[in-house]
Design a protein around this ligand. Structure first.
Ligand code: FES
Length: 571
């Protein structure tokens, strides 16, 4: 085996070798561990404030077993954990910050390979981004989804159920006491959201990119096989260090193309667009917003999971999970079969024989759950640099629509007016929400799936066209145009929209337009004023440097990678 990074700390026969070994021996490690064996970092996003990742100390223990078995030396370390539900104003504000923590923790320490423990939405991209900028042998391991929620004899999907039931409360179909009763029934085991929301989507992306062992995405968090996978991951990372199999050999353009197609086939979240763009930016693969449309939009959705369909991740696992989807793509010639994966085999070798056990959950490519279900990228004077929509989660009759705009200047303005019975709005209007993008919120919160006004809900209407520079939860649904770029706070055209303007959405034609004369828009632009930068701290750094959603919303100075050279001694 070639000389490892960790040798620069632990195999040294000098004063610094004494220092590097002596202090860590306070944990009880015997001297013979410092014999040059691969040191494996287990990058842990465990936190009691991140409920989806609260079982990760246990998972880390199983990874360690595997590392020991393979002759490595496992060392677990914490990084900033991003809990989607508790963190305010939005976990996305801190994705890039956590990625910096990951990158510098890996590079600064005596690590030869890394296992990334990921679960809740932002913990997956932040770890992949940080690790990609170091480019060591790295393997991803997701914490697994929760068991299906159960309420009054029916399945209840995380997130999706909240959006559905809260609209029922607002329309008077459901009592508040019933709504609160469901709160204890929705999340009843360890794990992350069990709909095909962002966490499940990103876990599926990790598997489709080849960055995790087969089966990673769908095994429930509490299934014994999740712990088997953790142990196998520990064994494998030691081998990867010996083979010097690095992230950049796996995260190729082909791998991202596979992931984009897989995202369409699973009915995955729009958030995957931003995260994949950011990860590609770190590893040095050129990926454009248009790639999602060109590669994915003609793809069928094969997976009948909420929010686009009926089932939940537990059912997906029992049906065969991501390997079945990848097999379907491969057989339809929609997969780069020779893309390399972390187990050293091609993706096709991993999935070619994957059996499907339930064709209602995972459909065949030729008999899909939904046709042409990938993410569509829209352009037009309302989104010159692009906006996205997930047609599989939208209402078919609204995909071509012209309506009068009802504009909300920010999220507070929306909350203040949406329940007002005198608000001049009906189901044909187009709701526009401004100042919720990366710079505007700041952090680009998941508020794009604006709840409908009660007077519209009472008519039995379940969907309206909504446009914003925000994101939406991967568990949400509706005819929702998101990520309009440039955002309002960066002076994007959405900042110029006014209530009463006519808006045309044409998803088949890929356009979203404000039907206002150029001269009028120019006059409005002359009056537009930028919001001053926040005074200090992370917020200031973030708002100053964050890129637009169409580019992945990474900080401009973080894109790219700088490897993991060993820095000079610390004493
Ligand atoms: Fe963590 Fe949904 S809240 S995955």
């Amino acid at each position: 085996m070639k000389k490892l990074r960790s040798h620069e700390w632990f195999v040294r026969q000098d004063k610094m070798g004494f220092i590097y070994r002596s202090w860590i021996k306070n944990q009880g490690w015997p001297h013979d561990l410092f014999n040059g064996r691969p040191v494996i970092g287990i990058c842990n996003t465990w936190s009691e404030l991140t409920p989806c990742n609260a079982h990760f100390r246990e998972i880390a223990d199983w990874v360690k077993k595997g590392v020991w078995e393979a002759g490595g030396f496992p060392l677990e370390f914490p990084v900033m954990s991003l809990g989607e539900v508790l963190l305010r104003p939005t976990a996305m504000l801190f994705r890039n910050l956590a990625s910096m923590d990951v990158e510098e923790s890996i590079r600064g320490n005596p690590l030869d390979g890394v296992v990334l423990l990921m679960g809740c939405d932002k913990t997956t991209p932040s770890l992949l981004m940080g690790a990609a900028s170091c480019d060591l042998p790295t393997i991803g391991l997701s914490g697994g989804p929760m068991l299906s929620g159960k309420f009054r004899g029916h399945d209840l999907g995380s997130g999706t159920g909240v959006w559905q039931m809260s609209e029922q409360v607002r329309s008077g179909e459901m009592k508040l006491e019933e709504f609160f009763e469901a709160e204890s029934c929705m999340h009843r085991s360890k794990g992350h959201c069990m709909t095909m929301g962002t966490a499940s989507t990103m876990a599926s992306m990790v598997e489709s990119l080849g960055m995790a062992l087969p089966g990673n995405a769908a095994i429930p968090a509490v299934d014994a096989r999740r712990y088997t996978l953790a142990q196998m991951t520990g064994r494998r990372i030691v081998e990867m260090v010996k083979e010097d199999l690095r992230m950049s050999q796996i995260l190729t353009r082909q791998a991202f193309e596979n992931a984009i197609r897989a995202n369409a086939a699973i009915g995955g979240s729009t958030n995957a667009v931003i995260h994949l763009l950011a990860i590609a930016g770190r590893i040095g693969v050129r990926l454009r917003l248009e790639d999602f449309d060109e590669l994915g939009s003609e793809m069928p959705c094969l997976v009948n999971l909420q929010p686009s369909g009926t089932y939940l991740m537990e059912d997906f696992f029992y049906a065969g999970g991501v390997p079945v989807v990848l097999r379907e793509l491969g057989e339809a010639d929609a997969l780069h079969r020779d893309a390399l994966t972390v187990n050293g085999q091609t993706i096709w070798k991993n999935v070619a024989e994957a059996p499907c056990w339930n064709r209602d959950v995972i459909r065949k490519f030729a008999e899909p759950f939904k046709e042409k279900a990938g993410i569509a990228v829209l352009r037009g004077n309302l989104a010159p640099d692009g906006a996205v929509i997930k047609p599989s989660a939208a209402s078919r009759h609204l995909l071509k629509h012209r309506g009068r705009a009802v504009v909300f200047e920010n999220i507070e303005d929306f909350h203040k007016r949406i329940d007002d019975e005198t608000l001049d709005i009906d189901e044909n209007c187009v709701m526009i929400l401004k100042n919720c993008g990366p710079k505007g919120y700041p952090g680009m919160a998941e508020v794009g799936n604006m709840p409908l006004p009660p007077k519209v809900l009472r008519k039995g209407v379940k969907d309206m066209v909504r446009i914003s520079d925000a994101r939406m939860s991967g568990t949400a649904y509706g005819t929702v145009v998101l990520h309009t770029s440039p955002e309002a706070a960066a002076g994007g055209a959405i900042a110029l929209a006014k209530s009463g303007d006519l808006v045309t959405l044409d998803v088949p034609g890929r356009t979203v337009r404000l039907e206002v004369e150029d001269g009028v828009l120019a006059a409005r632009r002359a009056e537009w004023k930028a919001t001053p930068l926040p005074d200090r701290g992370w917020l200031r750094l973030y708002v100053k440097h964050v890129q637009q959603a169409s580019e992945g919303a990474d900080l401009d100075f973080l894109t790219g990678k700088s490897g993991a050279p060993v820095a000079r001694d610390n004493h």
